[in-house]
Write a protein that binds this ligand. Structure first.
Ligand SMILES: Cc1cc2nc3c(=O)[nH]c(=O)nc-3n(C[C@H](O)[C@H](O)[C@H](O)COP(=O)(O)OP(=O)(O)OC[C@H]3O[C@@H](n4cnc5c(N)ncnc54)[C@H](O)[C@@H]3O)c2cc1C
Length: 241
């Protein structure tokens, strides 16, 4: 999920008082819920929630901050770990079952939003209380948001783990758990759900000699720096050919 608060509220929580001399505040949160980690990811102070789908009929959001970090919103991905056992309903897809699971979540979010990449969303305290939101606050996501009870959209275990984590986050950062914040579905591309095999030394695919799986989509990176480093490693191996 992406969660978005007013930036002034996050400044207030982090700094105690709003200050014109301090940069828009960031935060980092993590909670163990049973066997699962739930954590903030790619927190964007003064940022924007952006559409990031790659297919029509699927809804994916992401976040970014302009260099001035001067938007009135603070957004962050909030991630629930997904394990292989969670994807077993899709096991007939074999190696691609993670992809099928991801696609099912994204399609459901697209349909729940009503189309045109409008995102289903719910106020945060309502989300925790399993209460539909009568209205929604303003949000930086340009295609728009639509009030939907997100327990009807998300896989049950993700919804429950998020609820428990939000309660814990509210205790760690007083004021964080609030109906001024909005939960937007769905941030489902934090890491690749499939990994293309490659030899640990040559970095080549074990069956296709001159194929070098590389970067995030192949399952060897997550984020700009790790993707760049993996690219460098693979480029060195290609140069040795
Ligand atoms: C809105 C947004 C914000 C982000 N913010 C951050 C951040 O703050 N920090 C961070 O670390 N990460 C961030 N990321 C993630 C980061 O962008 C990725 O982790 C990183 O770009 C992965 O690099 P990559 O080289 O593996 O893949 P990509 O950058 O996706 O590169 C893959 C390339 O392959 C091309 N391609 C695809 N198919 C074909 C084809 N058939 N033929 C030829 N070319 C093809 C694509 O056009 C693309 O140029 C963000 C992502 C998004 C969408």
């Amino acid at each position: 999920m992406r969660i978005e608060h007013p930036q002034l509220l996050i400044d207030q929580i982090r700094y105690g008082v709003p200050s014109p001399y301090l940069p828009p505040a960031a935060y980092s949160l993590v909670e163990q819920v049973g066997s699962k980690g739930v954590f903030s990811f790619c927190m964007c102070p003064g940022g924007i929630i952006a559409p990031a789908a790659t297919e029509d009929g699927e809804l994916v959001v992401n976040g970014w901050s302009p260099s001035r970090r001067n938007n009135p919103y603070a957004n962050s991905g909030i991630v629930v770990t997904v394990e292989e056992k969670d994807m077993l309903p899709f096991r007939k897809e074999e190696a691609l079952m993670g992809l099928a699971f991801q696609q099912a979540v994204e399609r459901k979010a697209f349909d729940a939003g009503g189309g045109r990449f409008v995102a289903p969303a719910q106020r945060m305290a309502d989300f925790v209380a399993r209460r539909p939101s009568a209205d929604l606050p303003s949000c930086s996501y340009l295609p728009g948001i639509h009030s939907v009870p997100l327990q009807e959209v998300l896989p049950g275990f993700i919804y429950e783990d998020l609820r428990r984590a939000f309660e814990a986050f509210g205790k760690k950062m007083k004021g964080y758990l609030t109906n001024e914040a909005i939960v937007v579905a769905t941030e489902s591309r934090t890491s690749s759900p499939v990994r293309i095999p490659r030899d640990a030394v040559t970095l080549r695919h074990p069956q296709i000699g001159n194929l070098f799986p590389c970067g995030e989509g192949a399952g060897y990176a997550g984020g700009i720096v790790s993707a760049a480093m993996d690219g460098e490693k693979v480029a060195d191996k290609v140069a040795e050919m």
